[in-house]
Design a protein around this ligand. Structure first.
Ligand code: GUN
Length: 291
C-alpha cells in the first residue's frame, strides 16, 4: 500500500514555486500577490486562511489578509472586491467560503475578476474547465491532480467514483478525471446524496474520491481490493483527549480501508496540504499571465 503523502508532494511543489519566485525577485520584479478575504470568525476558516497566508510567505509571495465582521453588508464586500480587481499590484483574490447567510456567495464569486480568480470558482473559469480551455482549476481538485501525477497513478481507462458534487471539489474533480488531460481519461461516476446504490458504485471504483464531508463514511466493504482512495474530508470531530478539543477526520475509515487498497491519502497530511499547493500554483499563474 502506498501512502499518498501530502507533506512530501506539497513540499516538492512549493520548492519549485519558491525557485520561480526567487528568479522573479532576482529580476527586481515584484512578487506574486494574493489577497485573502475572511468574513466572520469561523474556526476552520480562520485556520485555512492563516495557513494560506503563511504558505504564501514561505514561497516568497506577498499576501494580504482582509478581515470583515460577520455582519458586514454584501455591498461592502462587493465594493472591496471591485477595488481589488482594479489594483494592478494584486494577482489573486480569494474569498474564504462559507460566507454568512446574509451574503449571496454567487454574487461574490461572480464579482471577482476571472483573471484573478485563483480559487477557480467564477462561472467563466468553471465553464472553461468544462470545455478543456485554459482556466484556473479549483485548488483542491488541482492539488489532487498534482498528487496523482507525483505518484504516477495510472488513470487512463479506469473507473473513478467521485462522492459529492460540490462546485469546490466533486464536480470539478469529475471533469478533470474525465478530461483528456494527463491523469484524466477516466470513466467517471459522480455520486450525490440521492444516489441509491452508492455501495455498489464504490465497489466498481478503481479510484474513489470521497468529498462528501461525513467522517468515516467510506468503509472497507465499500471499496474494491487494490483501489486508489483520495480522501478529501476534513471534518472537526469533538475529542476531549485532543489538545484543541477536536480531531480532524476524513471521509474514509482509514484503518480498515488502508488494509485493502493500493494507495490512499491520510487525513490529516493528505489532500488538505495539496489544496494549498494548488492555490500557490494558481497565484503564480495569475501573476505570469499578466507579465
Ligand atoms: N472553503 C472550503 N474550501 C475552500 C476553498 O478552496 N476556497 C475558498 N475560498 N473557500 C473554501
Amino acid at each position: 500500500m502506498i501512502l499518498l503523502d501530502g507533506k512530501v508532494v506539497s513540499a516538492a511543489v512549493k520548492e519549485i514555486i519558491k525557485t520561480e519566485t526567487a528568479i522573479i525577485l532576482a529580476k527586481h520584479q515584484r512578487p506574486p500577490h494574493l489577497v485573502a478575504i475572511l468574513v466572520g470568525n469561523n474556526g476552520a476558516s480562520e485556520t485555512y486562511v492563516a495557513s494560506k497566508v503563511k504558505n504564501c510567505e514561505e514561497v516568497g509571495f506577498q499576501s494580504t489578509l482582509i478581515r470583515f465582521d460577520s455582519d458586514i453588508s454584501e455591498k461592502t464586500l462587493l465594493d472591496k472586491i471591485k477595488e481589488l480587481n482594479q489594483d494592478a499590484t494584486v494577482d489573486g483574490i480569494l474569498v474564504q467560503l462559507p460566507l454568512p447567510k446574509t451574503i449571496a456567495e454567487s454574487k461574490v464569486i461572480e464579482a471577482i475578476d476571472p483573471t484573478k480568480d485563483v480559487d477557480g470558482f467564477h462561472p467563466i473559469n468553471a465553464g472553461k474547465l468544462v470545455q478543456g480551455l485554459p482556466a484556473f482549476i479549483p485548488a483542491t481538485p488541482y492539488g489532487i491532480m498534482l498528487m496523482l501525477e507525483y505518484y504516477k497513478i495510472e488513470t487512463k481507462g479506469k473507473h473513478a467514483v467521485v462522492i459529492g458534487r460540490s462546485n469546490i471539489v466533486g464536480r470539478p474533480m469529475s471533469i478533470l478525471l474525465s478530461s483528456n488531460l494527463p491523469y484524466g481519461n477516466c470513466t467517471v461516476t459522480l455520486c450525490n446524496s440521492h444516489t441509491t446504490n452508492l455501495k455498489e458504485m464504490c465497489l466498481q471504483g478503481d479510484i474513489i474520491v470521497a468529498a462528501l464531508g461525513k467522517p468515516g463514511f467510506v468503509k472497507e466493504d465499500m471499496v474494491k481490493e487494490g483501489a486508489v482512495i483520495i480522501d478529501v474530508g476534513i471534518t472537526r470531530v469533538e475529542d476531549a483527549t485532543a489538545k484543541k478539543g477536536f480531531r480532524i477526520k476524513g471521509d474514509v475509515s482509514f484503518d480498515e480501508v488502508s488494509r485493502k487498497v493500493s494507495a490512499i491519502t491520510p487525513v490529516p497530511g493528505g489532500v488538505g496540504l495539496m489544496t494549498i499547493a494548488g492555490l500557490l500554483k494558481n497565484t503564480l499563474l495569475a501573476y505570469q499571465n499578466k507579465m
